[in-house]
Design a protein around this ligand. Structure first.
Ligand code: EPZ
Length: 419
C-alpha cells in the first residue's frame, strides 16, 4: 500500500494548476447514460474515482475513451447497454456509483444498483434518492443489498428533499429530464457541481430552470442528444492549496480555478489573517503577511463553508493563534483526522459534532493513517508543517480525489515522495 514520506518545514512557493472537479465530473459521466449519442468531456481529473466510474460505465457496455494529456478529455457513448447494474464490487469502492440509478431507470426503465452502505464519515443513506424515484412512479425493491428500480416511463412529480442532498439532487435531476411532464425539486442542493451537471443536461436538450437555487424545475423531454462540455475546476483542491500556502508561510499562485465557488473559504481564511488576491482570469494568489489567527467555522451546504474543507481547515487551526471551534453539521463522523493530528502534537478536543482546536502548536512527524479522502489531505498538510519526517499511510484515499498531489506539492518546493 502506498504511503507518503514528507519532510516538513519547507515554505511553498510557485504556481499550481487546479484540475477539474471530481464531484462535478462523476455525475456528468453518469449523465452520458441518458443518450445514445456521444458525450465529449474535457477537464476530467485523473483520479481514482473517475477511473472507477469509467469502469462502471464500461461494465454496462458504454464505450469510454479517456485521454490523459491536456485537455484531459473523455468521450462516452452508450448506444446499447448490456447490464443496467452497478455491482457491489464497484459501488463499495465508490459511493458515487449510485449516480447511475437515476439515468438508468429514466432511459432504460430498469436499474439495479448495490446499496452503498456506511462509510468512514457517516451512515450516508440514500433514502431520499429512493423516495423521490418512488414519487416519480418507479417501483423500488430493496433485496440482497441491491436497490432495484423499474418504471416504464418516470412521471414528473413535486419532490421536496427533507434534507439537502448533493448526489440526491443530481440523481433526481437526471431522472427528471427524461420523465413525462414537469418535476419540481425543492430544497435542492445549490452546489456548483449541481449547476455544472444542469448545464451539461441543457446542452443535451433538457429543459431545466433554477439550477443553483433551491427550486429546480424540469420539463421532461422524449430524448436527449450528444454534446461537449468542460467540467468546472475543483474548488476543494483549490481550497486545499490555499491552506497549503497559508500554513507554510509561502506564496502560491493558483491557476485554472474558479474564485466565485470559493467565497466561503476565502472569507474564512481571510478572517484568519491569510491574504488571498484575485489576479488574472481564474487565478488566486495566497500568502500570509503576518501571523495566522484562530476563527470558528461551521460547515454548511453551499454557499456555506464546505464539509469537504473542514479537515484541511483543522490543520490550519493547529497553526493559528487562539482557539478555533469547528462545527461539522453535514456528516456525523467526520473528525477522524483529529486524533491523528493530536498524535502529532496538536491540541484538539472533540465533543460530538464540535472540535475545539487550541493553537498554535508545533507538530512533530510520525506515522499517521488516513481514514478518508479529505482527512488524508489534512494529514498531508500537517506533514508539510511538521518537524522531522511524517509518513502518511493509506494514501489510496487521497488518490481517489486529488490528481498527482505529491507532484503538485513537489513542484511548489515540498519534500514529499511516494513510497
Ligand atoms: C456529496 O456527497 C459529495 N460527493 C461529498 O464529497 C460531499 O462531502 C457531500 O456531497 C456534502 O457536500 C459527491 O459529490 C460525489 P449528501 P453526498 O447526500 O451527495 C444525508 C468528497 O470528499 N443524506 O449531500 O453523498 C447524508 O447522510 C466527498 O469528495 C440522507 O440522510 O452527500 C448527509 O448527512 C465525500 N439521506 C447529508 O444528507 C439521503 O438519501 C448530506 O449528504 C442522502 C443524504
Amino acid at each position: 500500500m502506498d504511503k507518503f514520506k514528507i519532510q516538513g518545514g519547507r515554505r511553498l512557493e510557485g504556481t499550481v494548476q487546479i484540475s477539474g472537479a471530481k464531484n462535478a465530473a462523476l455525475p456528468i459521466m453518469a449523465a452520458a447514460l441518458l443518450t445514445s449519442e456521444k458525450v465529449q468531456l474535457e477537464n476530467i481529473p485523473r483520479v481514482r474515482d473517475i477511473i472507477t466510474m469509467a469502469k462502471l460505465l464500461a461494465h454496462m457496455k458504454a464505450h469510454v475513451v479517456a485521454q490523459d494529456l491536456p485537455p484531459s478529455a473523455m468521450t462516452i457513448q452508450t448506444e446499447q447497454i448490456s447490464h443496467t447494474e452497478a455491482p457491489y464490487e464497484l459501488v463499495k469502492t465508490m459511493r458515487a456509483s449510485v449516480l447511475t440509478l437515476g439515468p438508468l431507470v429514466a432511459r432504460f426503465g430498469y436499474a439495479r444498483v448495490s446499496l452503498p452502505g456506511g462509510c468512514a464519515i457517516g451512515a450516508r443513506p440514500i433514502d431520499l434518492h429512493i423516495q423521490a424515484l418512488e414519487k416519480m412512479g418507479a417501483k423500488i425493491a430493496i433485496e440482497h443489498g441491491y436497490v432495484e428500480a423499474r418504471a416504464e416511463r418516470l412521471r414528473g412529480a413535486e419532490i421536496h428533499f427533507e434534507k439537502i442532498t448533493v448526489t440526491g439532487t443530481e440523481n433526481i435531476l437526471m431522472a427528471a429530464v427524461l420523465a413525462e411532464g414537469e418535476t419540481v425539486l425543492t430544497n435542492a442542493a445549490r452546489e456548483p457541481e449541481v449547476t455544472d451537471l444542469a448545464e451539461l443536461l441543457v446542452k443535451m436538450g433538457a429543459k431545466i430552470e433554477g439550477a443553483g437555487t433551491e427550486t429546480i424545475r424540469v420539463r421532461g423531454v422524449e430524448k436527449l442528444c450528444g454534446t461537449s462540455h468542460r467540467v468546472i475546476p475543483d474548488r476543494i483542491e483549490a481550497g486545499t492549496f490555499l491552506v497549503a500556502g497559508a500554513i507554510t508561510g509561502g506564496e502560491i499562485l493558483l491557476t485554472s480555478c474558479e474564485p466565485k465557488h470559493l467565497t466561503a473559504v476565502i472569507e474564512k481564511l481571510t478572517a484568519c489573517g491569510v491574504e488571498i488576491r484575485a489576479e488574472g482570469e481564474g487565478e488566486l494568489r495566497v500568502r500570509v503577511p503576518g501571523k495566522l489567527t484562530a476563527a470558528d467555522v461551521t460547515t454548511e451546504e453551499y454557499p456555506g463553508f464546505a464539509t469537504d474543507m473542514q479537515a484541511q481547515y483543522m490543520t490550519l487551526a493547529t497553526q493559528a493563534q487562539g482557539t478555533s471551534v469547528i462545527t461539522e453539521t453535514i456528516f456525523e463522523n467526520r473528525f477522524m483526522h483529529a486524533s491523528e493530528m493530536v498524535r502529532m502534537g496538536a491540541s484538539i478536543e472533540v465533543d460530538g459534532r464540535k472540535a475545539v482546536v487550541h493553537g498554535p502548536t508545533p507538530l512533530s512527524g510520525t506515522t499517521i493513517i488516513a481514514s478518508d479522502l479529505r482527512a488524508s489531505a489534512s494529514l498531508v498538510l500537517a506533514g508539510l508543517v511538521a518537524n522531522n519526517t511524517t509518513y502518511v499511510d493509506r494514501v489510496y484515499h487521497i488518490d481517489r480525489g486529488y490528481e498527482r498531489i505529491e507532484n503538485k506539492l513537489r513542484d511548489l518546493g515540498a519534500h514529499i515522495e511516494r513510497l
